[in-house]
Ligand binder design. Structure first.
Ligand code: PLP
Length: 383
């Protein structure tokens, strides 16, 4: 068993040492001036990251909870919701809306495909749905959608939008206000470089207006109660105070470098990881494009078990990567390059994959993946 612990899943993600130190500070009370100061700073910085002037609400929850808050604040039983899915998370939101008694109009793609604005336009016209659910980065496949194009279609049709940006915000460009997204949901544990436990919802004026008509019951998730408490520098219920303190540090680090630098780093890491995978002769499953900068998904060679590969990486190299789903569970693996991840991390993971494939009897030239990755990273970083 290796002593090393390298977390290269698409969430949770590694956390910078400064953030871990902040997490270890003495616990503060959530109705104290100390907390109010940190909390106000966090909310202001989150607005910068969302690129919005709208309210950003902070829930102690995972991303799924924050998405549920959107459903119970905006919708009523029987409301028609068009929910786009090209993977696990799109389907989760369809199931969630159905669980609350909404009429779900699915716009489904085979897993791994990229949603098209033209299809959305047709589905919206045919269904007349007043609300649309979109997933920006479908973490189960690595597809990052043309969110700007999809949102433009929704605006044309006058539909309210709820965007799952759980694995995208802070990794790839997302302009909440400029692209006209009504509600954007994300979590602390991905590109925001913070441990799991907090989730955020940006809410537009239009969404606040819609909330007035939503008839689903709400209590913990009530946006109005949260906004009222946040105006006083707190939350209605006890928040994960230490995680808020850690997040303040993570957002400071992120914004000190700048969002554009973060986006460029993710593009470079994505290029690097794909270059390494291709150099090994493996088949990419995630799209071979710069926009797919959140994670790289690939297939093992025929006959090589991806589950065994992941276990070998964990047990012999101390590297945790993610697996696949459904029919692809035996072949698919996913390497996350979100947040606090370096080219050295990616090169190590690729070298470990290469070593384990050779050990499994795959004929490949060892030692090619890391140099290919470093070369692609260097070229991207210099551009
Ligand atoms: N949406 C996407 C795109 C995700 O990647 C995830 C988590 O991996 C979620 C939603 C769910 O978030 P959570 O596990 O924080 O509830």
């Amino acid at each position: 068993m290796s002593d090393r612990r390298l977390l290269l899943t698409p969430g949770p993600t590694p956390v910078p040492p400064e953030v871990l130190h902040a997490m270890a500070e003495p616990v503060i009370h959530h109705r104290s001036p100390d907390f109010a100061a940190v909390f106000r700073d966090v909310v202001a910085r989150l607005r910068e990251v969302f690129r919005t002037q709208n309210d950003v609400l902070v829930f102690t929850a995972s991303g799924t909870g924050a998405f549920e808050s959107a459903i119970v604040n905006l919708l009523s039983p029987g409301d028609r919701v068009l929910a786009v899915s090209c993977g696990e998370f799109g389907t989760r939101w369809q199931r969630m809306a159905a669980a609350f008694g909404c009429e779900v109009v699915p716009l489904d793609y085979p897993w791994g495909e990229t949603p098209q604005p033209s299809h959305l336009r047709e589905s919206l016209a045919a269904s007349g749905a007043g609300t649309v659910f979109l997933v920006h980065s479908e973490t189960s496949t690595g597809v990052v959608s043309d969110l700007e194009g999809l949102l433009a279609v929704c605006r044309e049709a006058g539909a309210l939008t709820v965007v799952d940006a759980v694995s995208s915000l802070g990794a790839v460009p997302l302009e909440t206000d400029a692209w006209g997204a009504d509600v954007v949901v994300t979590g602390s544990q991905k590109a925001l470089m913070t441990p799991p436990g907090l989730a955020f919802v940006a809410v537009s004026e239009e969404a606040w207006r819609r909330r007035e008509t939503g008839k689903l019951p709400r209590f913990y998730w009530d946006w109005a109660a949260m906004r009222k408490a946040q105006e006083k520098g707190s939350t209605p219920f006890t928040p994960a105070t230490s995680t808020v303190v850690a997040l303040a540090e993570a957002l400071r680090l992120l914004l000190e470098d700048g969002l554009e630098a973060a986006f460029a780093r993710h593009v470079a890491l994505g290029r690097a990881c794909r270059a390494g995978i291709k150099a090994m002769g493996l088949e990419l499953y995630s799209p071979d494009e710069d926009r797919a900068a959140v994670l790289t998904a690939a297939l093992t060679p025929e006959g090589v078990d991806a589950v065994a590969l992941r276990l070998a990486l964990r047990d012999r190299h101390g590297i945790t990567i993610a697996g696949g789903h459904g029919d692809l569970v035996a072949r698919l693996f996913r390497i996350g390059h979100i947040g606090y991840v370096s080219i050295d991390d990616i090169a190590s993971a690729l070298t470990a994959v290469e070593e384990e494939l050779v050990a499994a009897g795959v004929e490949l030239e060892p030692g090619v993946a890391a140099p290919a990755a470093r070369g692609a990273f260097g070229t991207a970083a210099a551009a």
